[in-house]
Structure formats: C-alpha cells, structure tokens
Design a protein around this ligand. Structure first.
Ligand code: SF4
Length: 608
C-alpha cells in the first residue's frame, strides 16, 4: 500500500503470541491512520465497559501517511486506549523518531493486548519481534531505561518506556521517548504498566513505496521551502512553545496558583528569552523537522540536563504552583519525565492540593508533613516523587487525579478541581475567553488544548462574545487540528509558521495515490470526532451534558489580580455556548449525536 507500512502488528502479552495482519485499503480509506486507526480498533476490539487497567483494554500505537516521510514534522505517532483517568476515550500524540522507525519496520499499528505475568519489554528489529525479560529494568526511570536499552542495542534503536509512575499505574502516567518526548495525557503509561510492559525497543530499515516518486519529491521540497521561508522561523526555533509565555501572562491566560488568576507576578522570570539565556544549550527536533521547538537545558543548580520545559509545563509546574525560577520548573519537568507522569496533570493535582492546604482543608497529616504552600519548590519535588510512587497519604490521593481526589476530600474542593471529564485542564486560564472555554468543555479526551487552540481567536473577536462564529471556529479546529494526529505529522508548521495547508494535498496524493482535499480530510475529522463521542456514550453510563461542564472557578470567581481581574464568563453564557455547540454539531440538548447526524457520517453501525 503506497504511503503505508502495510502491516498491523498484534502482540498478546498474556499468551506471548505475536501476529501480523495486512493494513487494508478500506481501513486506510475510512480512517487514514494515527488516531483514526486508534479509535477504530478501540471501538471494534475492546469490550464495552472494559476495565481500563485490565488485560482486555488495548494500547494501540499508530503511524499515519506523513510519518517518517518527506514531510516537515512527520515524526508523530498516536497512542490510543480506554483512559484509566477519565474512563472514556484517550489518545496521546508522541513526537521524536519512534514513528519513523515504526514505519520503516513496515508497521502502521502495534496493538498491545492482554497482560504479561512478569515485566517484559517488546523488541522489534524489522521482522524479528520478541517479548523479553525486563526484570532488570523494572523500577528504573523512563530516561534511565532508554539509556540502558540504547547501550544494549545501539543508538539506531528507538525506545519508548514507562517510569515508576506507569509501573504503579498512576492514572496520569505517561510514556517517554527520545529523552524528553512523551505520549503524555490520559494515562497511556498506566495502561502500558498494567500490561507489565516496561518498554519497546524498535528498529526498522525497510522502505515505504510511494505512488509517484517525482511528484512526492517536489511536493515535499515545496513544504520544506515554505518552512524555511517563513518570517518567524528564527524566533520559533529560538524559543519554541515558550514564545507564548509572555503573551499568556499579558492577556491573563497564564495559569496562576491553581487557575485563580491568569497573570503571575513572577511571570517574567519564566519567559522564553529568560529561559533561553539562562538554561538552554541547544535545540532539539522530531524526525524531519525544519523548525525544532524542543529546547535542551542544562540546570547548573541541580547538575542535570532536560529537554524542556515547554509552555505547558512552565504553566502547570511554574506559575500554577507558584514557582518562578526556571531552573526549578525545569527540574520538576525532569522528575516528571523520568518518573513517567504527565507534567500537566501533575501540576494540576499539586496546585489543587496546595489550594486545599492553604485553605486548611488538607492538613500536614494529609500531606505527609509537607508544607504544601504555593511556591514551595521542595514540596513540589517531594509531591511529584510521592505521586509516582503512590507513596504516603498524599501520593495515594493525588495519583488518582484531581477529580477523584476532590470527590474523596469533599468540603468544597470540587469547586477548584480544575478538570473536565476527569482530565486536568492544560495551561490556559479561561476566565473570560469563551472560545477556549467551549473548546476545553467539548474536547474529546478531557480538558486538553491541542484539539482546538482557540484562545487567540477570543482576543481577535472579543473575549466575552457568545456568538455562533466562535463555536463554529472551535468545531472547525476540532476537525482540522487533530487531522495531523491522524496523518502522523506535526501541526505546528501550520500553526506557528503559517505555511499553506494546501501544500500537503499534492504530497499526500503523491504518497498514497489518493487525492484528498482539506475539505475531504475535515469530513473524516468530523466522522472521527463523532465516533469518539459515541465511544464515551458507550463506556460511561449517563454520559452527556453534565460531562461537558468546566470548573465553576471560571464562571463564579473573577481573578483578583492580573489582566483578567474581575472578569468571568456568566454562568448562563456557559450553557448558551454549549447549546450552540450541540446544535451546530447535530447533537441533541444532552450532547448525543442525532440519528440523522450519524446517518450523514455513515456511523449508524456504532450508534449507542
Ligand atoms: Fe517536533 Fe516541535 Fe518540530 Fe513539531 S515543531 S515536529 S513538535 S520539533
């Protein structure tokens, strides 16, 4: 199959059986790849109401047509499973070089199923696939595991590994790769840990056939040229995602002390230029990327090196927990990466606990003696370690995520658990930003920014406006942006460098032999979006409108300070936005896709 590896690899960890199936043209036509393949296999193969941490859940890793190809940012793969954090749909996109290697090993998806009786790692060297004993690796950090396996197999192998957080099935454990890239959100690392799978070591040397090699070369070079000619290539490469820290601080979007404000008085010390000057030693990119956003940093105070921090981690483990020194934030980032927990959720959990502690709801007895005040760096480090180990009262409480922790503690703490669908909100404060608010409320994995990053649109249109255009913009973004997770590529060349998205059309056609315009791709995006909604309805009894609600903080508690001081979205406007969203989607007033919508999208076979 042109543009594809051609094979789905199935690894049963219970029986040790390893099988291969061809990738079918029908699957490629209807779901394209990446998160499209993920939701297809999840829906078809994982039993209804499966325990997310039981052997019946599956972890599905998928590449897409752009993966490993002559496309800027063709270094992404998608990890899909039923989420132990939310109980619904999860996927996490991972950059680096794993996806290219997977494609060169001929693999479009790896489906991990069952549960091994002892710790193992998966070894793949082209056709050779084995499950090997991982007892010497169990307990090691994710980065140490990568170093260990690279020492054994050589630098040409790509490694994805969990840390102790994944082994201990922390509900927001992540998977680490390339010393600092993650499949981060939704607890994909906990699912890997539940299967007793410590790591994957992967090497591929095959080639991928393309339909029209000369057109492919020309289209690929045109994309690279557009990136090289972009006006802001230099700034983007210099600062990466940290370029937005100052902007967020200025407009009141920088999460500050558990999202109680959107501007941080210590914010300037976290800005991109400060970080670049103080700690960054080099840039780091994913496979084939001409605009590397990764920053490798040297932390003299701690004698350590880390990839990062990028914007989300600066927000969640910096301003949101009251830390203002970039070295401290970067060290917290390193701890999360090596211990294998998602830095966004970790920051959200710690910030929630800090607020509860400062309000006197959590005592020193609850925090295992830690003085859990905002800004206490030692307490932040200690809490990260406790979460990963599920150690003590505090580790046990926070390793389950803020939604469960707040339910357990009660006493009004649910009102400041900043999460939606059980996932901690990523790093944009939304006190008066209605497009970003509805984006978070309706995101199909929980409160995550990467589906529809709409906050700039709020500023453009008027942040308090409750108008159908905003909702339409969010819906369009929800189809368009995740399409890169379907195609196995990075969206940031379009988002940040502003390259013309139509340049991808001839490239995809030359690769696969099938012409798809962006309108075609967005239709597939809409189909996938509705399918993930059906998956939630299938898995969560009573799933609907009540699951699409934001934290009350954003409609009841105007920040006292900063750019959004005194501003919130009115509660009635929150519901008005949701009504508009459901109507435009063709869903009923409880957020359930109507029959005619499912018929239009050819999804009746999945109707719930
Ligand atoms: Fe990777 Fe960043 Fe390049 Fe995207 S822009 S491919 S995330 S290095």
């Amino acid at each position: 199959m042109n543009g594809y590896g051609g094979t789905i690899l199935r690894v049963n960890l219970t029986t040790g059986k390893i099988t291969r199936e061809p990738t079918t043209p029908e699957l490629a036509r209807d779901y394209i790849g990446g998160r499209g393949f993920g939701i297809y296999f999840l829906t078809k193969e994982v039993p209804v109401h499966a325990d997310p941490l039981g052997p019946e859940n599956k972890l599905i890793i998928s590449t897409g047509p752009l993966s490993g190809m002559l496309a800027p940012g063709g270094g992404k793969c998608d990890w899909t499973c039923k989420s132990p954090l939310t109980g619904g749909y999860a996927d996490a996109s991972m950059g680096g070089h794993f996806t290219a290697e997977m494609k060169y090993a001929g693999l479009d998806s790896i489906i991990l199923e069952g549960r091994s009786s002892k710790p193992v790692y998966l070894f793949i060297d082209n056709e050779k696939v084995e499950l090997l004993d991982a007892s010497r690796l169990w307990g090691k950090g994710a980065i140490d595991t990568e170093v260990d396996l690279k020492k054994q197999y050589g630098e040409s192998f790509q490694i994805a590994a969990i840390g102790p957080g994944g082994e201990n099935q922390v509900l927001f454990a992540c998977i680490n790769h390339d010393y600092g890239r993650q499949a981060g959100r939704g607890g994909v690392g906990a699912v890997m840990g539940s299967k007793n799978l410590k790591a994957i070591a992967l090497h591929g040397t095959g080639s991928v056939t393309v339909a029209d090699p000369e057109a492919y070369r020309k289209a690929g070079m045109a994309l690279y040229k557009a990136c090289k000619d972009a006006d802001n290539l230099k700034d983007w490469t210099r600062y990466g995602t940290t370029i937005v820290v100052s902007w967020c601080d200025e407009v009141g979007a920088l999460p500050t002390r558990n999202f109680s404000a959107g501007s941080f008085e210590g914010g300037k010390t976290l800005y991109g230029p400060v970080m670049r000057e103080q700690i960054v030693i080099t840039d780091k990119g994913c496979f084939g990327c001409p605009c590397p956003c990764g920053k490798y940093s040297n932390l003299k105070r701690y004698g350590t090196q880390v990839e990062g921090p990028e914007y989300e981690t600066i927000g969640m483990l910096g301003s949101d927990v009251g830390l203002s020194d970039i070295q401290d934030v970067a060290q917290a980032n390193l701890l999360c990466d090596d211990l294998g927990i998602d830095s966004i959720s970790a920051g959200g959990c710690i910030a929630w606990a800090m607020e509860a502690y400062e309000k006197g709801v959590l005592s020193k007895d609850d925090t295992d003696g830690l003085d859990l005040k905002f800004g206490n760096v030692d307490a932040v480090f200690a809490t990260i370690r406790k979460i990963a180990a599920r150690e003590g009262k505090l580790g046990a409480l926070l390793s389950e995520g803020t939604k469960r922790a707040a339910l357990k503690i009660g006493k009004g703490t649910q009102d400041y658990a900043i999460q939606i669908k059980g996932m901690e909100q990523s790093a944009y404060a939304i006190h008066n930003a209605t497009a970003m608010l509805i984006s978070y409320m309706t995101c199909d994995v929980g409160a995550h920014h990467n589906r529809a990053w709409a906050i700039t649109y709020d500023l453009q249109v008027g942040r308090d406006k409750v108008v159908p255009e905003k909702v339409a913009r969010v819906i369009w973004l929800q189809h368009f942006r995740p399409m890169f997770d379907v195609l196995g590529g990075c969206r940031l060349q379009w988002v940040e460098l502003g390259i013309d998205r139509d340049l991808y059309v001839p490239l995809l056609e030359a690769m696969t032999g099938t012409r798809r315009t962006w309108e075609d791709l967005e239709r597939t995006g809409e189909r996938i979006w509705n399918l993930t909604r059906l998956y939630w309805m299938r898995e969560v009894d009573g799933f609907g409108r009540s699951w699409d609600q934001p934290s009350p903080r954003f409609y009841t508690e105007p920040p006292a300070t900063g750019a959004t001081a005194g501003q919130i979205t009115k509660p009635e406007d929150v519901q008005k936005l949701l009504d508009m969203y459901y109507e435009q989607r063709g869903w009923d007033s409880d957020g359930r896709p109507k029959h005619e919508t499912l018929e239009k999208l050819n999804l009746m076979e999945f109707a719930v």
